[in-house]
Ligand binder design. Structure first.
Ligand SMILES: NC(=O)c1ccc[n+]([C@@H]2O[C@H](COP(=O)([O-])OP(=O)(O)OC[C@H]3O[C@@H](n4cnc5c(N)ncnc54)[C@H](OP(=O)(O)O)[C@@H]3O)[C@@H](O)[C@H]2O)c1
Length: 355
């Protein structure tokens, strides 16, 4: 039986919101479960310490530290939200969960956070509909993609199989809405577009529209909680090779979003016109937004053809629709004005020398 759960990236947008929802749930499944929150800085420790959870300051990419955190705290489940890009971190954590399994004799679990955009042609995935019930692990291996997120997905399953740890993979789409964590409350993409528009007093869009999968942070956090509950209740749900969950509630039409951002910024006097311009180049977009140049097309123009099945089969019922989302773009702008603490660090691992 799982008793102790470690949440990595607990000061982050997704991890903070998941932690907050896990603390708020009245589910009997979580009775007696102790939550551990991994954060990177002392300020984050202070911010989270009021929650009454065990906050651990650590660099989870350090092998010794990660192993010690799992073994000393007798962690049976890790909810990993700190990086979809670096395979090394999940490998370390899964190895530690394997050791913990040997010591305790109990099954251990790893919930991975990945990226749904990898299942789009712009990211190198073959054309056509892709469901999370498809044999994705086999397909990912067959493709032999060099995409770091795909390589990490493969490593997660392979390492889990090797150490008899059960894992699930949440393929996260474009997330929006204000998070409920104690530190970072804003997402990656939409706040970056708003931040850059304010800074340069101009709103840009890509020359091609895209409509990627999307989800409100409250619906996404609910899916994590459902998965944790199902695992705690030892329900027979898809895991490991078949454990992929597309956390997709609806789509996010970029050009309509950018129009909404331009109108909201113009109404506040933050841009001189409510017009949206085309990025002069992808390189400039990548530089301004702080997104990796290699993935800027996928991040800015991909739609993909993903169909979520597994999460809905578990009873997940997202409350936010595309219509409600588009009506809330003004709130997205206001949230940046109220809560922005700057760009996420998640892409820095691709360019460690610039850190
Ligand atoms: N938000 C989205 O729209 C979205 C979409 C698709 C996929 N995802 C994926 O979901 C994951 C979480 O995203 P997010 O929006 O929550 O990002 P985030 O707000 O930047 O959260 C990531 C957290 O992990 C922490 N972290 C990273 N490396 C660490 C390390 N070595 N040691 C300790 N802590 C570390 C970060 O610490 P610092 O605060 O010190 O940086 C941060 O608090 C990412 O992998 C991202 O790729 C997100």
């Amino acid at each position: 039986m799982v008793q102790n759960i470690l949440i990595t990236g607990a000061a982050g947008y997704i991890g903070g919101s998941v932690l907050s929802d896990l603390l708020a749930t009245s589910s009997s499944a979580l009775k007696g479960v102790r939550l551990y929150a991994a954060v990177r800085t002392q300020e984050q420790v202070q911010a989270l310490s009021k929650l009454g959870v065990n906050v651990i300051q650590m660099d989870i990419s350090d092998a010794e530290t990660a192993t010690e955190a799992v073994l000393k705290n007798e962690i049976d489940m890790v909810v990993h939200t700190a990086s979809s890009i670096l395979a090394d971190i999940p490998i370390l954590l899964i190895q530690a969960l394997g050791q913990r399994r040997q010591v305790s004799g109990k099954q251990t679990y790893f919930i991975h956070s990945s990226v749904i955009t990898i299942y789009s042609e712009e990211a190198g995935w073959p054309a056509g509909e892709v469901k999370d019930t498809d044999p994705l692990f086999q397909k990912e291996k067959e493709l032999a993609s060099q995409h770091p997120v795909v390589k990490t997905n493969i490593a997660v399953v392979e390492e889990a199989l090797k150490h008899d740890v059960k894992c699930v993979n949440i393929a996260v789409p474009t997330v929006y809405g204000t998070g409920t964590g104690q530190w970072r409350k804003l997402s990656v993409s939409i706040p970056a577009y708003i931040r850059v528009s304010i800074e340069h007093k101009i709103v840009y869009k890509f020359d091609k529209d895209g409509s990627p999968p999307a989800v409100h942070i409250s619906d996404l956090a609910e899916l994590y909680v459902i998965l944790v509950e199902k695992i705690l209740q030892e329900e027979d749900i898809p895991m490991t090779e078949t454990g992929y969950y597309f956390a997709m509630a609806h789509r996010a039409p970029w050009w309509q979003i950018m129009d909404g951002i331009a109108n909201a910024l113009y109404a506040r006097g933050l841009v001189p016109e409510p017009k949206v311009h085309i990025w002069p180049s992808d390189e400039m977009a990548a530089e301004y937004l702080g997104f990796p140049a290699a993935y800027i097309r996928a991040m800015g123009t991909a739609s993909g053809n993903a169909t979520p099945v597994n999460a809905y089969r578990l009873g997940w019922q997202p409350k936010w629709t595309q219509e409600k989302f588009l009506e809330s773009i003004d709130d997205e702008v206001q949230a940046v004005l109220d809560f922005d603490i700057g760009n996420t660090n998640i892409f820095k691992v691709l360019h460690p020398s610039e850190n």
